[in-house]
Design a protein around this ligand. Sequence first.
Ligand code: KG4
Ligand code: ZN
Length: 337
Amino acid sequence: MAEHDIYILAIESSCDDTGAAVIKNEEILCNLVAGQQIHELYGGVVPELASRAHQQHIVPLVDAALKKAGVDKKQLHAIAFTQGPGLIGSLLVGASFAKSMAHALGIPLIGVNHMQAHVLAHFIAQPKPEFPFLCLTVSGGHTLITRMDDYFNETTLGKTIDDAAGEAFDKTAKILGLPYPGGPLIDAYAAKGNPKAFTFPVPNIPGYDFSFSGLKTSVLYFIRDAIKTDPDFVQKNLSDICASVQYAIIKHLMKKLEKAAKESGIKQVALAGGVSANSALRHTLADTGKKNGWQVFIPAFEYCTDNAAMIAITAYHQYRQHQFADLQAAPYAARQK
Ligand code: KG4
Ligand code: ZN
């Protein structure tokens, strides 16, 4: 008997974006996201406001996703949700919604790990990496190098011991008086600046681990001293400062990735997480790949930042391996630091 098609609805609500996607086997039929502008007013994500906004968005978003995909909820084989890590209040909204829907429809529930999903986003579209490959995941809460030997067989080679790469971007932006999230703004200003204008220390810690807190402190002191002699220093040099800090962040990431690739002998290298939207990081990875003979994989922009399509593709592979959750499955908050 021919295998029948599998339809899964996936929900992502780990932080401040509500996502809903519908997948048919490995094909994404629809991938919607509702962002939350409210946090810009506060210079960072306010957890209570995030969960309230998820509550407002989730029902209309799921309706719209099913409609756009042309799939009736009776056709669904499973409901997937981000189980963690993330903000607990935000996760609870997605988890409760997914559980109610799975229960009402009498279909299985699939709890997905958000970080695993960032990596498996590489299996949404061609070209897809082959196992084993290395993945550098860089987001607002995480920075790690993973060795992937199969969909659910991964080894963390190194991770940040303090701030994540996204935090390094966002905290630098905050020091410079830019609104949250600062990463995309630093990227834009840096494009017009000179990365060698100022020298910021590239962290030097052993192994494959990362550290960004020293860099953040050095930016803070540098700006504090510079504005003592020229109060307009930041406005006058914004692009050069952004380019120089970005240069140090990327150099640190590339050094560790090159070390991991060299020592593991793996030549397929992938990039994942929200910071992989950074244009200089994309270019630098492509160049570093060329230099080292790597095959480099960078997902389309919409699959880099938080999205439900990556939850859907991960859920599809979990479905095939019968990795289901029960209605008691609790979300987990812990963010890796
Ligand atoms: O993966 P993601 O969407 O959410 C988390 O799970 O954290 O990543 C968000 C992070 C934020 O820190 C944001 O500033 C950063 O990704 N980011 C960028 C860019 N776009 C998003 N950082 C640098 N350059 C960008 N273009
Ligand atoms: Zn993420």
